[in-house]
Design a protein around this ligand. Structure first.
Ligand SMILES: Cc1cc2nc3c(=O)[nH]c(=O)nc-3n(C[C@H](O)[C@H](O)[C@H](O)COP(=O)(O)OP(=O)(O)OC[C@H]3O[C@@H](n4cnc5c(N)ncnc54)[C@H](O)[C@@H]3O)c2cc1C
Ligand SMILES: NC(=O)c1ccc[n+]([C@@H]2O[C@H](COP(=O)([O-])OP(=O)(O)OC[C@H]3O[C@@H](n4cnc5c(N)ncnc54)[C@H](OP(=O)(O)O)[C@@H]3O)[C@@H](O)[C@H]2O)c1
Length: 659
């Protein structure tokens, strides 16, 4: 059975089942009032939305300190530059998206020698290459998160694997498909130009590469550009400062499993309490002489209960052919469908599935049962009443779930004022839920202080430290756990701006993608292709389908891209370009189907454009997610592959030639 030697937090056995927490109308009304108050306070404090942040890449342009902060601190694989050759397929981005894309190409019959995977980092891994901070681990179960486990014959060692294992696993994909031979690292793409004569892409980098590729698979990556609050004095601090995505182990000592021994005589500030900080704080608390945690909005911190994978568990659940596909689909059925799995089995059975099951599946089941009951008794179901009751159940469950989270802080954190300050006042999915069993306990340590900014954020950085509400906290080092710009989704109210990535994409007739998207926001067909930009596929782009488990949708897109390229090869086509009218029709359908407000009642954050600009325009700009349920979407793609219609949406070049 499961090995439970990594257990949940010390008090968790005392936690109530959320469904049994009493929540009546009076309590819900007062909680809602508190939620609204906390949200409005934050929005009023930062009406400028995304403009409250500054991209460290931008600061680096004029300030060598920030340039050092953004530089790659990790050992790099040396690859030759400048490249001036030609390849059949270039995959930009070596995260799980690019990795699965490259691997699926090889599976589809493209010779690995003709696939070049390229990344500005010194190796593959993407998110897991850059984010090596102590405690980094996946928050989606690794058996569904880490892609291609079956293909590699690999079983993750923990239910939630840590960064070193995920990074190694990324490298295994490269090795299995012989992708290292032609890969390129340490070069940042600076230009992507379609050559109308050659009918190929010319890819340029900051290492003077200028090589051609027939096809490009482009992965923006969502969390690749570190940002920090644009407060006075960000450039004035005289101590040491770094971002969590470039952890400075030379300074802290230790490794991703902790033991940051060089901090034993250091006063440390960490700014931010999002998903990253939740994983880092326990390690800083263990090692620093003094730790200040600067909080603007608390995260909801639920039970993790990580476990090692025992041989028995692996044999029973992770060995049957097709196990990973089945498990990934089961996870989506649990967390992103209204019905749950048809057989009622929850294979992943963790915090995610528990929350969603409580929030959605129970009320939906009630709805179906009531309709069925009415049918059996020959009565006409009162749909209005049944639906209202189901919605009420779901609403109650929302409050119960967050009450459970708040009760956990009371159970774990000894100091009442600190426990209260750590309580989140918003609904569950206003922020990515966090699961951690030693975060809250860290605040019981005498060397750890929560500096709650009452929703207002830090007000300045000085030569000596961090200022909140007029009080300066002197520190030796500032750790920025302040998150990332999101070029892929670009919920920023800015026009989606490919040039922020360091390059623009120039398509047929020298048309720029940034210019094409400027007047009315992103324009693409099903997120993957944009008319006028032949032979290029996009991952993580606006309008993409949403999956809680990111790698699932990346892999499904990869399988489809590989199919399109191999079909084109089989039929000797040279170029594809999505038909203009197909693209227009898709965008029209998207914008009609999606509600105009995105989580407007939520606490501000990147899920809701920092709480500003909740109108149709901003939806268009942000590229609202695909309206289809992910499983229905993946089935649609599979059907197109099976019935040979995957190429129907394109103008295919009439010039036939051998690739
Ligand atoms: C710390 C952290 C933990 C996460 N944990 C989870 C999790 O548990 N579950 C989950 O579902 N999701 C998680 N995510 C989201 C995560 O980003 C995705 O799961 C997934 O790893 C993204 O893969 P990707 O290939 O799309 O992008 P990335 O992994 O971000 O890869 C993009 C790559 O593109 C490269 N690149 C970008 N621009 C250029 C350029 N101009 N030239 C060359 N290269 C370029 C970058 O260097 C990067 O390596 C996490 C994110 C973070 C930051
Ligand atoms: N596997 C995992 O568990 C895992 C781990 C890390 C990251 N991730 C993924 O990566 C995403 C990004 O996570 P992240 O934690 O790096 O970034 P994040 O969620 O954007 O968190 C940034 C933090 O900085 C705070 N902040 C911003 N400006 C501030 C200011 N002026 N003063 C004080 N605090 C300020 C934010 O507070 P506000 O909330 O008030 O804005 C927030 O707590 C996550 O949403 C998740 O999808 C996953």
């Amino acid at each position: 059975m499961l090995n439970r030697n990594l257990t949940a937090g010390p008090q968790d056995h005392l936690l109530p089942n959320p469904t049994e927490i009493p929540v009546d109308d009076v309590l819900m009304a007062s909680l809602q009032k508190k939620y609204d108050f906390e949200r409005d306070k934050r929005i009023n404090a930062r009406p400028e939305g995304n403009e409250q942040y500054v991209n460290i890449l931008d600061l680096a342009e004029d300030d060598s300190r920030f340039a050092r902060m953004i530089a790659d601190p990790y050992p790099q694989i040396e690859t030759p530059h400048p490249l001036t050759d030609e390849v059949e397929c270039c995959v930009v981005g070596g995260g799980y998206g690019g990795l699965t894309a490259a691997a699926r190409l090889v599976e589809a019959g493209i010779n690995a020698k003709n696939v070049r995977l390229l990344d500005s980092g010194g190796d593959v891994g993407g998110t897991w290459y850059w984010n090596r901070y102590p405690g980094a681990m996946c928050d989606i179960e690794s058996y569904v998160y880490m892609p291609m486990c079956e293909e590699l014959g690999y079983v993750p060692t923990e239910k939630y694997a840590h960064q070193p294992e995920i990074y190694r696993h990324s490298k295994m994909i490269m090795e299995k498909y012989n992708l290292y031979e032609n890969a390129s690292f340490g070069a940042r793409v600076t230009g992507m130009d379609w050559d109308d004569t050659k009918e190929k892409w010319l890819i340029s980098t900051d290492k003077d590469d200028r090589f051609y590729a027939r096809f490009v698979i482009m992965n923006f990556g969502l969390f690749t550009q570190p940002k920090l609050p644009k407060v006075p004095g960000v450039d004035s601090f005289k101590g040491h400062m770094f971002h969590t995505s470039r952890w400075d182990y030379d300074y802290t000592g230790g490794s991703s499993s902790g033991n940051l021994h060089k901090l034993k005589d250091k006063r440390v500030a960490i700014i931010g309490t999002g998903a990253t900080a939740i994983q880092v704080v326990p390690h800083l608390g263990d090692s620093a002489k003094q730790l200040y945690v600067f909080q603007r909005t608390p995260s909801p911190v639920d039970v993790r209960n990580n476990r090692h994978t025992t041989p028995e568990y692996a044999k029973e659940f992770l060995s049957k052919p097709g196990w990973q596909k089945e498990r990934r689909e089961n996870f989506i059925q649990m967390v992103q469908s209204m019905k749950g799995p048809s057989n009622g089995v929850d294979l992943v059975d963790d915090g995610w599935t528990e929350i969603i099951s409580n929030l959605m599946l129970k009320s939906q089941k009630f709805l179906r049962d009531e309709v069925q009951k009415a049918k059996e008794t020959g009565q006409k179901p009162d749909m209005k009443q049944i639906a209202r009751k189901a919605m009420d159940m779901s609403r109650v469950a929302q409050f119960q779930q967050m009450e459970k989270i708040r009760k956990r802080t009371d159970l774990v954190v000894k100091d009442k004022a600190t426990a209260d300050a750590l309580k989140p006042w918003y609904h569950q999915f206003c922020k990515r839920p966090c699961f951690k069993d030693d975060y809250l306990t860290t605040f019981n340590k005498p060397n750890v202080k929560l500096v709650d900014t009452n929703g207002l954020g830090i007000s300045a950085i000085t030569e000596k430290g961090v200022v909140v509400n007029g009080q300066e906290y002197e520190v030796d080092v500032i750790v920025l756990a302040t998150g990332f710009e999101q070029p892929g989704l670009d919920t920023g109210g800015r026009r989606t701006a490919p040039h922020r990535l360091g390059y623009d994409i120039i398509g047929r007739g020298k048309q720029s993608l940034a210019e094409k998207w400027k007047p009315q926001g992103p324009k693409s067909f099903e997120a993957y292709y944009s008319s006028g930009f032949p032979n290029i596929f996009f991952q993580n782009a606006p309008f993409d389908v949403l999956t809680v488990n990111f790698t699932h949708r990346l892999d499904e897109a990869s399988i489809h891209f590989a199919h399109i390229i191999s079909e084109m090869k089989k039929r000797s086509y040279q170029t594809f370009d999505v038909k203009h009218e197909v693209e227009e029709e898709f965008i029209k359908r998207q914008l009609e189907a999606v509600r105009p407000e995105r989580a407007a009642d939520c606490t501000p954050g990147y899920y809701n454009n920092e709480g500003v600009g909740q109108d149709e325009d901003s939806n268009r700009l942000a590229g609202v997610p695909h309206v289809m349920n992910p499983l229905a979407w993946f089935a649609t793609l599979e059907k197109r592959r099976k019935d040979g219609t995957a190429l129907n949406y394109f103008t295919l070049s009439s010039v036939r030639h051998k690739l």
